[in-house]
Design a binder for this molecule. Structure first.
Ligand code: IPE
Ligand code: IPE
Ligand code: MG
Length: 257
């Protein structure tokens, strides 16, 4: 079968793709296995999708790996998954670097055990100077946690006289988010057939195109990514305007250069 990759318009790639990697547990249970077996296989998908995004020239890839709420899962799963995530990130840091991929982490690092914070710090340092794909791992992350932290530091800056409340704009808010250095995602993918956001990038996804697939995360591969990008490229992004306005703007931009 011909790859869907050839059909992708490389001039119109989403700059930032965000993925809710869901369905590891069910994938494993459907095979009569332990949930951790699913997380273990999910790592293969992460490798494949990171490679796929780097090959295409995507600028930013955010992967939702562990939510603030996931801490409430049974202790064996939490410990196993956290160890798997942190060890994988640490072990893959050299490979990421060889491919010019820069790692970032967003989330509540105070919830992580100390060994995990140290391993992550090393991985961030190893990849810190790379200029290719920005790989953002959302680890112990939730959007409401992020917004609460943003409001707290904004309030402190107002109190300290560093910020005038009357001067607050949307750009100011952006500066207080953990995603301050990244553009908003243009495409959000969720695997495993669930149709919800689960506390992921609530502010940043304001105008993202949402793509849902029933494929469980451990089965998600580059071809599935290409399908999602093609679906994205077939959509008309209107940002509140009318379809006619958008068509006019795009024909004007095609004739002016
Ligand atoms: C996604 O798979 C990984 C995490 C949320 C950490 P799940 O573990 O949520 O798998 P399901 O949704 O229970 O199948
Ligand atoms: C969302 O998946 C979090 C991650 C993929 C890390 P969950 O499996 O935790 O979400 P819910 O509980 O089904 O909404
Ligand atoms: Mg799930």
């Amino acid at each position: 079968m011909e790859s869907e990759k050839a059909k992708i318009d490389l001039q119109r790639l989403p700059r930032h793709i965000a993925i809710i990697m869901d369905g590891n547990g069910r994938w494993a249970q459907e095979k009569g296995q332990d949930r951790l077996f699913g997380h273990f296989h999910g790592v293969e998908s992460v490798r494949d999708i990171v490679e796929g995004c780097a090959e295409l020239g995507i600028g930013y890839l955010t992967l939702y790996a562990f939510s603030t709420e996931n801490w409430d899962r049974p202790a064996v799963e939490v410990t196993g998954l956290m160890e798997l995530l942190v060890e994988t990130i640490r072990k893959e840091a050299e490979t990421l670097s060889r491919n010019n991929i820069r790692l970032h982490v967003i989330g509540d690092m105070t919830m992580l055990p100390e060994y995990a914070r140290n391993e992550l710090k090393e991985a961030l340092e190893i990849t810190g100077k790379n200029t290719g794909l920005n790989l953002i791992m959302a680890l112990s992350y939730s959007s409401r946690w992020e917004l609460t932290e943003a409001v707290k530091s904004l309030a402190l800056d107002v109190k300290a006289g560093k910020l005038d409340p009357a001067a607050i704009t949307q750009d100011t808010i952006q500066q207080y988010l953990s995603t301050r250095d990244f553009p908003d995602p243009e495409l959000m993918i969720r695997t495993s057939g669930e149709y919800r956001i689960s506390n992921f990038l609530l502010y940043q996804l304001a105008y993202a195109e949402l793509y849902f697939t029933s494929v469980r995360w451990p089965d998600f591969r580059k071809e599935n990514l290409y399908e999602a990008i093609l679906d994205f490229q077939g959509r008309e992004r209107r940002f509140g305007k009318t379809g006619a306005q958008i068509q006019q703007e795009s024909s004007a931009s095609q004739t002016t250069f």
